[in-house]
Every structure is written in structure tokens, then in C-alpha cells.
Design a protein around this ligand. Structure first.
Ligand code: ADE
Length: 454
């Protein structure tokens, strides 16, 4: 790639000789030349600027001097002396300006396919608009770009930024091309945090998973951290992720930091302990969602009796008031859209669930995780469940958490298994006098802290 940099401060570009770019120049991968704009002036003062038409502060760079400079450099395009020009040469005139379009990694990758980059560095209030307009009209690719929402004194630093962002993507430039695939922005996310030796520094330890040698676990950990970091620092990048690039673990990670992505856009999720005044709302949500967890053969009448008797406002008010119970609610864009109830204490585990050594009276009971239809598959249920499990592990003495679900509800069983639950027994769950056959699944809480901390 041939690069021409034009500026009234050519000394700025001595930095190009440093580091990898210097090496790229040595190997011939990049041929960079720096030009002093003033060599194209003709007056005694070597003037490059004048006052703006229409008034205003500052000076504007004159088109004549830039026109002469750029005509010379464009004419001097790569291969222009070759007799055999089988392929078209792509020349791009890049003009750094705070009013340009934002420079992105995608644009840098696109420019890495150009043959010739001419970077015109303005100073003062910039270059007369007719320069960009004229060369665009002549069919040249003109790229007016900004490196951020702040104003520099001139385009030189922005030119260095462009050169570095583009040339490191040239084939053969990087020692290890994998680092380009893994770095920030390459997959629409910021990069995960990096650590090196020593393992412990000023009482800060490298996350244990990175020392585990478990490549799948490391990849998952890194992806989770990248998603969390991007959600926190660059919500705009999360909003432009394509939904089909996210798997269910990705969606849950985002949900846990309060972001739900659906085909209708980005939604804000808050998971917190239920408040006393929410009992009626939770009861209504439970009434809406309970039938989905029932087998299709269960008569609607029986479900309604169960809802009236057990999923009413008073029951939920009692759970909220009971220190042995904990309800977590999921609020999506301000609306209650899911809940999870964790019960501890003597009556939490029904006698017929007990399998000594596998399910005991001291275990916590998860009274299912109910989520409104629009939010199924968004990661909300997983985030709500993990929050409840985290609570049970940290705030109760229970060695396990137990859940029952109808034996024909394979979707729920798969969901619980994905969250570390293992089938440990059966029970009869009676709905308005009708016996239902449930499977009982259990998750160990004693190893929770060690496995989840990272
Ligand atoms: N020139 C002055 N400020 C600039 C910016 N933010 N980006 C590109 N060029 C500039």
C-alpha cells in the first residue's frame, strides 16, 4: 500500500518510523511518503490559509494549494507507469475532520484493501469544502472522517491513527493474525480483559478459570466478560449486534447486566427483591403463566381452582412478608414480567420429595421461574434463576436447591439442566385434587461460590 501524507507539519510523522510500521516500510508492505504542503505554495509567505467567507473565527485552508498538491499525488498513483495494468488501482483521499463520519474498525478493514491512501491534514478551521467536493466529482473516493467527538488542532494525529488502524490489517503485517480476529471490535464487541504473570499482584488474583486449561470454559468466560464490558461501556454497540450472533448463554449474560435484546430492539431489565406492594401484580403474572407449566390434559377448571387457592395476592403478600421466603421480580422497561420464589425453612420441602442424602428437609425450594411470553428465549428466565440460586447459596444454609416440574415439560427440564440441576426423584403435585407426575431436580449449592465467582 502506498500512503501519501500531506501537512504543514511534516515532522509529526517521524512517529511512523517507530514500531511495526517501520518494519512494514522496511519489508515493502507499506510505502509511506510525507509531504510539506507549503512546497505547493507560490507566494513569498508560503500562505496556505485565508479568512472564511461569511465571517467567523479562524482561518480556512485555501483550495488552490491543496488542489495542486493533490493533483500531483493522484497522478503519481501506484503502478501508473506499469504497461500491464490488469487491475484497477483504488485510490482513497482521506480528510480528517471533526465533522467527518466516525472512523470504525470496519472502515479500517475496508481501507486496508486500497492501493493508495492520500491523507490531507487540515489545520485551523479545516480545508475549503470544495476540495472534497471537487475530487468526489472527479470520481475519486473521498473519505472525510473523525476519530472521535472532540476537536484537535489539526488532522495530523487523526492521520496517524488512520495509518496505524489500516496498516496493521494488511496481510502479512501482524506476526500473529489470530490477535486481529480476537481483538476489540472485530466481532462487534469490546475485547475481554487480559492478564499475564504474576498470578497474584498486590492481592489481586488472575481469575482461576484462566489457569484451568479448560479451553471451552476460558472461551465462555472471555465471551461473557466481553459482553458485560460492551454492555456497560458501549451500549450502542450492543444495540447494533445481530440477534443471530448471540447464543442462549450470551443472552443470559446480557440479561444479567440488565440488557434484553429482541427483534423489537433493546430492553432494560432489572432483577430485584419483590416489594410488599407488588403482591397483586405477581399474583396476576403467576395466574397468566402457571397454565403454561401444566400438562395439556389438565382441565382449565382445575388450573383455575389452583390459581384462586394458591396464586392469589394474599399468598404472595405472605411470601414477601416471610423472612424464610424470597421473591425476585424481573422488571422489563418498567413492567413486572417475571418472578422466581425461593423458599427455605421447615415447610419448604414437601415430605414426599424427601430422598435422604439426595433431597433433605434443609434444602431450599425453588417455586419455579415464571416469565411472560414475550420474554421467553431472551435470557431473562436464566438471569432470574441464577439470581435466585446465587441468593440461596449466599443467604441460606441450604446445601441444595430443589425444583419440581411436570414430567412432560421437557422445555423446563432442559432449562434447569442447563443451569446445573440434576434429576434426583419424582413427586406427585396435586392441582385441585388431580395428581400430576413431576420430576424433581436438584442443584448443589455448596460448590456454587467456587464455580461462579469467575
Ligand atoms: N481534526 C480535528 N479534530 C479531529 C477529529 N476529532 N477527528 C479527525 N480530525 C480532526
Amino acid at each position: 500500500m502506498k500512503i501519501d501524507l500531506v501537512s504543514i507539519f511534516p515532522q509529526y510523522f517521524t512517529a511512523l518510523d517507530l514500531s511495526l510500521l517501520g518494519k512494514a516500510a522496511e519489508t515493502g508492505l507499506v510505502h509511506a511518503r510525507v509531504h510539506d504542503l507549503r512546497q505547493w505554495t507560490h507566494d513569498r509567505h508560503r500562505s496556505v490559509d485565508d479568512t472564511p467567507y461569511g465571517g467567523g473565527a479562524g482561518m480556512v485552508m485555501m483550495p488552490q494549494v491543496w488542489g495542486e498538491a493533490l493533483d500531483t499525488l493522484i497522478h503519481d498513483a501506484p503502478h501508473s507507469n506499469d504497461s500491464d495494468r490488469s487491475e484497477a488501482v483504488r485510490t482513497v483521499l482521506a480528510i480528517p475532520t471533526p465533522s467527518g463520519s466516525p472512523l470504525t474498525q470496519a472502515k479500517a478493514a475496508d481501507l486496508a484493501t486500497a492501493d493508495h491512501l492520500i491523507i490531507a491534514c487540515g489545520r485551523y478551521e479545516g480545508i475549503d469544502q470544495r476540495i472534497g467536493d471537487h475530487y468526489r466529482e472527479r470520481g475519486l473516493e473521498v473519505y472525510e472522517y473523525s476519530i472521535g467527538d472532540y476537536v484537535l488542532n489539526g488532522g495530523e494525529v487523526a492521520a496517524l491513527v488512520l495509518v496505524e488502524a489500516v496498516t496493521r490489517l494488511l496481510e502479512g503485517f501482524m506476526g500473529n493474525p489470530d490477535s486481529i480476529v480476537e481483538e476489540s471490535h472485530s466481532d462487534g464487541l469490546l475485547e475481554y480483559p487480559a492478564y499475564t504473570k504474576p498470578r497474584s499482584w498486590r492481592e489481586l488474583d488472575v481469575p482461576a478459570v484462566l489457569l484451568s486449561g479448560d479451553h471451552a470454559a476460558i472461551a465462555r468466560w472471555r465471551r461473557n466478560r466481553a459482553l458485560e464490558r460492551t454492555a456497560k461501556r458501549r451500549p450502542d454497540m450492543i444495540a447494533s449486534l445481530a440477534l443471530d450472533t448471540l447464543d442462549s448463554a450470551d443472552r443470559m449474560t446480557l440479561a444479567r447486566v440488565g440488557v434484553l435484546l429482541t427483534d423489537t430492539g433493546t430492553h432494560h431489565l432489572e432483577i430485584r427483591a419483590a416489594r410488599a406492594e407488588e403482591a397483586a401484580l405477581i399474583a396476576r403474572l403467576a395466574a397468566r403463566t402457571f397454565p403454561d407449566a401444566c400438562p395439556p390434559e389438565l382441565p382449565a377448571e382445575a388450573m383455575n381452582v389452583f390459581i384462586t387457592d394458591h396464586l392469589n395476592e394474599d399468598t404472595f403478600a405472605a411470601h414477601i412478608a416471610n423472612p424464610e421466603d424470597q421473591i425476585f421480580v424481573a422488571i422489563v422497561d418498567g413492567e413486572l414480567s417475571g418472578y422466581c420464589l425461593v423458599r427455605t425453612g421447615e415447610t419448604a420441602i414437601d415430605a414426599d420429595m424427601i430422598r435422604p442424602g439426595k433431597i433433605d428437609a434443609g434444602d431450599a425450594y425453588l417455586s419455579k421461574c415464571y416469565v411472560d411470553t414475550p420474554w421467553r428465549g431472551t435470557g431473562l428466565a436464566g438471569a432470574l434463576l441464577e439470581r435466585s440460586i446465587e441468593y440461596a447459596a449466599a443467604h441460606t444454609q441450604a446445601p441444595r436447591i430443589v425444583v419440581g416440574t411436570h414430567r412432560s415439560n421437557f422445555r423446563a427440564q432442559k432449562f434447569y439442566r442447563k443451569h446445573g440441576f440434576v434429576k434426583k426423584g419424582r413427586r406427585i403435585f396435586t392441582v385441585a385434587g388431580i395428581p400430576n407426575h413431576d420430576v424433581v431436580l436438584v442443584r448443589d449449592l455448596t460448590t456454587f461460590a467456587a464455580s461462579e465467582k469467575d
